[in-house]
Ligand binder design. Structure first.
Ligand SMILES: [Zn+2]
Length: 513
């Protein structure tokens, strides 16, 4: 009996020991750097959201499921809130002056954790130097870049750019592009409505696009025209996708002229037909009916003195009261005023005024021997088109914005989609909108291991309130930070909370993979 009792005690002790060991090892497994409890998870795939906890270790999503018994060094209660992958801005100008503004407040306040730069044909050159600087001095968000055609063209042609490039010059551009591709560029970007790219022909672009093909690169384009030569420009980008056999993306897609309003269906039919033929064409879009650019973009034939041309621009593309000067270094007092107002002040017709404003820029540049700061915001898109283009299953959301820009998109594009287009107008479901800011964006850019809430993916996350999220930035106050975004993580670290940046800089360089 005594022996049996001792045996029983020993067995009991052994069992306790095993149980203890199991418990310890479980506890070990269930310790995380960060746990986000009880959030409604929108995983970026566009499907129905689900309730779960997320465990983060270092820069990675380690677990998704029930972590009610686990502990984390940092724990966040996300009850009643949405948790989504950090937003990816596929067309961003937020990186100008980035080493002075490492916290990227304009981007993170709207939930953006990754930006793609090198847009509209303009990039840091050579990219390898930029990446070196960026790895020495990190910033709050992740950054990837394209190689810009205008930058390459400028470094080969210099001031003599108002012509086609020779084959020798194209070959030199190809070599520079190859160097950027070796450094990790995502592909080639063009801005064919701008100098010097506007003077290139289709062949120059196609030859350069073919350089990125063997690298698995891509092509993104501010196409040659968003108004009067629109259909030709669309034909050009589809041809590039077909001939170079690479994915092509139309940047900030828009129908920006009155006589092409209502043609979103025809455009999407062209895109769908191209996709059926194996051309991987996609687009990004920002949620505003007005754009922001140089005033000169209104004259694709560069006939700035032609008052008749100015008159037709002011009838067909945008109205005098719908052009607002964002900045105008020639006469800073004109910033914030419409062309109609300025014309009235100077007692001129709006067409004459437009021609004069540009002539004064050229004068000013000659006198000061540098570029004049100037930009306009012009309303020339139609809401119905914006919605249709945004709803196309291959369109992702972008901002086209910048930190110090005069267009409110710099601080409010993504939150505007969530507030206006999702909650108020129900043009998109919340899950679909998030997909268009994350999973689809990563797919359209070829970004790996980001854009989804998935075990093993980088812990770029945004916690926001779907009931209150909205943009606050306006034309009058373009730098007001967005409402409803509560916390933003980049590579597992919080970079934004309580409406402030945290002065952490966990962003990484994203290279083509
Ligand atoms: Zn652009």
């Amino acid at each position: 009996m005594k022996l049996k009792g001792i045996m029983r005690k020993k067995v009991l002790l052994f069992a306790c020991l095993i149980a203890g060991l199991v418990l310890i090892s479980c506890n070990k497994k269930e310790n995380y750097d960060t746990i986000i409890h009880n959030g409604m998870i929108y995983d970026g795939n566009g499907g129905e959201p689900f309730k779960a906890d997320i465990g983060i270790n270092a820069d990675t999503i380690a677990f998704i499921g029930d972590l009610s018994n686990a502990s984390g060094k940092n724990e966040v209660d996300a009850k009643g809130k949405a948790v989504a992958p950090g937003f990816i801005d596929t067309h961003s100008h937020h990186a100008s002056n980035l080493f002075k503004h490492r916290d990227f407040i304009a981007a993170v306040c709207q939930g953006i954790t990754t930006i793609i730069i090198g847009q509209d044909g303009g990039s840091s050159f050579p990219l390898s130097d930029f990446y070196k600087k960026l790895s020495d001095t990190t910033v709050a968000i992740n950054i990837g870049s394209y190689s810009g055609h205008n930058t390459l063209r400028d470094s080969i042609l210099g001031k003599d750019f108002k012509r086609f490039a020779t084959q020798d010059e194209i070959d030199k551009m190809k070599t520079l592009l190859q160097q950027d591709m070796e450094a990790g560029a995502f592909g080639l970007s063009t801005g064919l409505e701008y100098d010097p790219g506007i003077y290139s022909n289709n062949d120059e672009i196609l030859q350069l696009a073919k350089v990125v093909t063997p690298y698995g690169g891509r092509y993104i384009s501010h196409i040659r025209s968003e108004d009067r030569y629109f259909w030709k420009a669309i034909d050009e980008i589809i041809t590039i996708g077909k001939e170079a056999k690479i994915p092509v993306q139309v940047s900030h897609i828009k129908l920006a002229m009155h006589n092409i309003w209502g043609k979103a269906d025809s455009l999407l039919a062209l895109f769908n037909a191209a996709r059926k033929n194996g051309i991987d064409i996609t687009a990004d879009i920002y949620p505003y009916a007005f754009w922001n650019s140089t005033i000169k973009v209104l004259f694709p034939d560069r006939n700035f003195n032609d008052e008749k041309e100015a008159d037709s621009i002011l009838k067909e593309i945008t109205l005098p009261q719908d052009i607002i000067l964002g900045s105008y270094e020639v006469n800073p007092e004109y910033a914030g005023k419409s062309l109609a107002e300025i014309a009235k002040l100077e007692n001129k017709t709006p067409a004459r005024m437009l021609v004069d404003l540009i002539a004064r820029i050229d004068d000013w540049e000659k006198r000061n021997n540098r570029d004049c700061q100037e930009n306009i915001m012009a309303t020339s898109m139609d809401e119905a088109d914006i919605k249709k283009l945004m709803q196309w299953p291959y369109t992702n959301i972008c901002s086209d914005g910048s930190l110090s820009g005069t267009h409110p998109r710099g601080y409010g594009a993504f939150t505007r989609v969530l507030g206006k287009y999702v909650r108020e107008e129900k043009a998109l479901s919340l899950a679909d909108a998030i997909h268009k800011m994350t999973g689809l964006s990563a797919q359209n850019m070829g970004i790996q291991k980001r854009g989804l809430i998935k075990t093993g993916y980088f812990a770029d996350l945004v916690l926001f309130d779907p009931a209150t999220v909205k943009d606050e930035a306006t034309v009058a106050e373009p730098h007001k930070i967005s409402e409803g975004v509560e916390k933003v993580w980049v590579n597992g670290k919080i970079v934004f909370q309580d409406k402030k940046t945290t002065e952490l800089y966990p962003g990484k360089i994203i290279k083509r993979q």
